[in-house]
Ligand binder design. Structure first.
Ligand SMILES: Cc1cc2nc3c(=O)[nH]c(=O)nc-3n(C[C@H](O)[C@H](O)[C@H](O)COP(=O)(O)OP(=O)(O)OC[C@H]3O[C@@H](n4cnc5c(N)ncnc54)[C@H](O)[C@@H]3O)c2cc1C
Length: 468
């Protein structure tokens, strides 16, 4: 059985087990009351949807814990983030359905709908009012999770607050008149779920920087590659990180004042056989642009300020800075798909990075494959790795056909065109780039009849890009 299929099954099973267990325990709590006409048609489904919403929210918090044991269950952190998005959305929708059902129930019984929807409409029911306030806050934060205008750090902060509110909401629900409070086994399940969510949140937000898989590196060089792309070359200070080609790391630069806590993901572009770690980075915003200040050469914007006259020649007093590298993470690695002998690689723009690592590893891995490799750029000057790719492909153990596809000149490349080049149908596809490109190609290959297990995507963004 393919690993990718196994992880998809794991995910589906996990959701089924969560929802099934919650439903069974709810039936245990409310079984006797199910014959009661007041429970139908709205009350019983309203109870159940809130429990489902809560258990899915916990699952959404837990799946993105940055621990290898958990990410292996979900096919890598990138895949876990995709699951987090789907489960999180399902949870919010279920919460909305829960409140709509409660309002319908009140209307059906001729009771006040305002009691369900308007906080403090009945001053003696404070618990109810707090629940309504929680609901609106969660809905608001749920909407903000999709706001593409928010800066990443602000968005992350709100997202973390969202998780806290959800857990506090679950605890609050458990202390009111609810099946959680009334039925011991259901209560035990929710205590366990709340602890799991609190543990995952604390690890990710509070402990990760200290106890996460940290490797300390120092900057060896920053090489400008043109077109706002740099290669950041890092040398290990003590423990060198081992990784599968294609995986990614989170980096932080303690010397970046005001940004010292920020963790940014980058795919590794070097081979695990090399001592130095290479990250190839497109400079798009504050953090990535600031990386040029790590250079020890005259491309460092601070170079002139650090230049001193010495006896014979001028010296720059720039010192190599420390970079904290956490990882490796992710499941975008050919090593995990050993059974696929014919592979199409599609790199969109800076999505070339994991393939650089795989190609460098290909020089020595004694694992022959047939590879069709497409490097997609809009304009010729964006193809800054084209020459290096040609050289690497020539020296590779595997047989690799490499095509640099400039869409500004040749139009958009389609899956159908690739399938014509490949000619056989037992191939797998690995795609890396922005979310839209990965989704587009995945859909096209699915339409051509390629099984989903043979389509392996890595999106270089955890949330949708801001609208242009
Ligand atoms: C799994 C993965 C692998 C990646 N690999 C590479 C790579 O090899 N090379 C490369 O150039 N880029 C890569 N990226 C993208 C890179 O992480 C962002 O471009 C970078 O974090 C932008 O930071 P900024 O402050 O310069 O830009 P900003 O202008 O702040 O952000 C630009 C975009 O990056 C996202 N982003 C910003 N900060 C973070 C953060 N801390 N964590 C996650 N996303 C963030 C934002 O949501 C926004 O869409 C990868 C992203 C992911 C998710």
């Amino acid at each position: 059985m393919r690993r990718e299929q196994a992880s998809a099954r794991h995910q589906q099973w996990t959701v089924c087990v969560f929802l099934g267990l919650t439903t069974l325990l709810w039936l245990g709590a409310r079984g006797n009351a199910l014959g009661d006409s007041s429970m139908w048609p709205f009350r019983a489904p309203a109870h159940l949807t809130t429990l489902w919403a809560a258990s899915l929210a916990v699952l959404a918090i837990v799946v993105v814990v940055r621990a290898n044991a958990v990410e292996n269950l979900f096919g890598g952190l990138g895949e876990a983030v995709r699951w987090h998005r789907r489960i999180g959305l399902a949870s919010i929708v279920l919460l909305g359905v829960h409140v709509a059902l409660l309002a319908a129930d009140a209307a059906h019984k001729g009771q006040s709908v305002a009691f369900v929807l308007v906080p403090f409409s009945s001053p003696e029911h404070l618990h109810q009012s707090i629940s309504i306030v929680f609901f609106y806050l969660l809905m608001l934060l749920g909407l903000l999770a999709y706001d593409r205008r928010l800066r990443h750090e602000k968005w992350l902060m709100l997202h973390r607050l969202f998780a806290i509110l959800y857990v506090v909401g679950i605890i609050h629900a458990g202390t009111g008149q609810s099946s959680i409070r009334e039925f011991e086994p259901l209560r035990t399940l929710f205590v366990f779920l709340s602890l799991a969510a609190i543990g995952a949140w604390t690890y990710n937000v509070v402990l990760f920087r200290r106890v996460g898989p940290l490797h300390r590196y120092t900057v060896n060089a920053v090489r400008p590659r043109g077109n706002n792309i740099i290669d950041l070359i890092l040398t290990p200070i003590d423990r060198r990180m081992m990784f599968s080609p294609g995986t990614f790391v989170l980096i932080r630069v303690p010397g970046f004042k005001g940004m010292e806590k920020e963790l940014h993901p980058f795919s590794i572009a070097s081979s695990p056989l090399e001592r130095d770690l290479q990250l190839s980075i497109q400079q798009v915003g504050d953090f990535t642009r600031r990386l040029s200040y790590l250079s020890l050469d005259d491309d460092n914007p601070d170079y002139l300020r650090h230049r001193r006259d010495s006896q014979h020649h001028e010296l720059a007093t720039l010192e190599p800075q420390e970079v904290h590298v956490y990882g490796p993470f992710g499941g975008f690695s050919q090593l995990r798909f050993a059974g696929y002998r014919r592979v199409v690689w599609i790199a969109v723009g800076i999505g070339i990075t994991p393939f650089l690592s795989m190609l460098k590893f290909e020089q020595h891995n004694f694992d022959f494959r047939r590879v069709w490799f497409y490097y997609l750029v809009r304009e010729p000057d964006e193809a800054v790795y084209a020459e290096e790719l040609d050289e690497l492909c020539e020296r590779s153990d595997s047989f690799i056909d490499v095509t640099t596809w400039v869409s500004g000149e040749r139009g958009r490349l389609s899956a159908a065109q690739i399938a014509e080049d490949v000619e056989v149908d037992d191939y797998a596809v690995m795609i890396c780039g922005n979310r839209r490109a990965v989704e587009d190609f995945s859909h096209q290959f699915l339409e051509l009849g390629l099984p989903s297990a043979r389509i392996i995507g890595e999106e270089l963004q955890f949330r949708a890009s801001p609208r242009k």
